[in-house]
Design a protein around this ligand. Structure first.
Ligand code: C5P
Length: 396
């Protein structure tokens, strides 16, 4: 996704600038070309030499060298870029941008750019929440700048709160998602279940499955990057999304998951039931570890789990409901039956017939089924690309 993309990284003067050499390293690893432009105060936080070495290009921090008379063509630099990432974007830089002030190399390069611009604000809690800063950010967003909202956590002041710039891997994920063009999900809430259930036999053993939660995590990342509020029901073995969901609901068993989904679904606009749910659970959970001598594991009596998806379909108030199916034979035929039986709005069929698709892989090949419509067959592609196409089809 980032291969051969020209990324212009603008760095302004905040402590979060320490994250930028690592961000640039990740961008280069992903195949991007990187150039860097700094505000004067950014040089107090991160060395131009480190950035030049990491990016493999000279960095720009001044427009004019008084000793040599060399002038940097900021317009050429701006027009070179496919995308510009300003991170960290301090309160001062955001406010200068909102008013088109161009008193340094970073700002004048930014104002000369024609490419999309993403800003990653970083500042202390109260500064970030100040109505004046929020006004400037809104103004920039109205003019097409994409804002990567800061997270919650430890701040340089010692406070814990909002304003912490996203981590390098998160900045990278935002850029990847940006190039995949997900539909805008501002104001929408997505409830996503991910990973497999575990049905306890005793305090140390369980019946589980091979789900890794990679598809659910990719959906959560794309939704978050597209501006949605994300509620993530996370199985014990599920991969974590890179972008922090707004709320995380850990679950183990199908009954745990049922309780989470039924209580949250009425307030969600879209429900993606990507979790792999056990159809059965042991009838009895032993309170002590089952001993080999007692012959307790010769036979496990099972009882059926509720069909969570079917239950959600019957809720009096709910958003668009999406089920996922994994079939080992007659995939399309079984998926059509499942679509009718579970009364969902969409069913996503995971192919088991293609190398690299389905459980545990980073790639997937799915078909989207909808009552009364032709199936949509998506190609074998990364789970992130699959997630964007699912969201763009289902949430349009
Ligand atoms: O396992 P199956 O192929 O029936 O799963 C299809 C869909 O139904 C999935 O979205 C899964 O999360 C959901 N499901 C459920 N409750 C179950 C079994 C599956 O909600 N007991």
């Amino acid at each position: 996704m980032l291969a051969k993309k020209r990324v212009l990284v603008g760095i302004s003067g905040g402590i979060a600038a320490y994250k930028m050499p690592e961000t640039i390293r990740l961008l280069k690893k992903a195949g991007a070309e990187v150039k860097v432009v700094l505000s004067p105060s950014a040089c107090d936080f991160v060395s131009p030499l480190s950035l030049a070495v990491c990016s493999g290009n000279p960095v720009t921090s001044e427009l004019f060298d008084v000793h040599t008379g060399h002038w940097v063509n900021h317009v050429e630099l701006a027009l070179w870029a496919d995308i510009m990432l300003i991170a960290p974007a301090t309160a001062k830089t955001l406010s200068s941008m909102a008013q088109a002030h161009t008193d340094n190399a970073l700002l004048v390069t930014w104002l000369s750019s024609r490419c999309p611009v993403l800003v990653a604000p970083a500042m202390d809690h109260d500064m970030w929440l100040s109505p004046l800063v929020q006004d400037q950010v809104r103004r920039l967003a109205q003019h097409g700048t994409q804002v990567i909202p800061p997270g919650h956590g430890a701040l340089a002041s010692g406070l814990i709160g909002e304003g912490r710039m996203q981590e390098p891997s998160q900045l990278l994920r935002h850029l990847e998602c940006f190039f995949l063009k997900p539909t805008n999900l501002w104001g929408k809430t997505l409830l996503i279940s991910s990973g497999g259930t575990r049905e306890a036999l005793d305090p140390v053993r369980f019946l589980g499955n091979e789900s890794t939660g990679k598809m659910g995590a990719a959906l959560a990342d794309v939704a978050k990057a597209a501006g949605a509020t994300v509620w993530f029901a996370q199985g014990k073995n599920s991969q974590e999304p890179v972008l922090t969901p707004d709320r995380v609901f850990p679950f183990q068993s199908a009954l745990d998951l049922q309780q989470i989904m039924e209580s949250q679904a009425p307030a969600a606009d879209y429900i993606f039931m990507a979790a792999a749910v056990a159809d059965y659970r042991p009838k009895k959970v032993e309170s002590q570890k089952i001993k080999k001598q007692s012959g307790g594991l010769n036979q496990i009596d099972l009882t059926e789990n509720p069909d969570i998806l079917k239950g959600l379909a019957g809720l009096p108030k709910r958003g668009t409901l999406v089920g996922f199916a994994l079939e080992t034979e007659h995939g399309m035929q079984h998926a059509r039956q499942k679509l009718d039986r579970k009364m969902v709005d969409f069913l996503v069929l995971n192919s088991m017939e293609h190398e690299g698709a389905g459980l545990g892989h980073d790639t997937n090949k799915v078909s989207i089924l909808q009552p009364g419509n032709e199936e949509i067959h998506l190609p074998l592609q990364s789970k992130l690309q699959t997630a964007v196409q699912l969201i763009n089809t289902i949430c349009s």
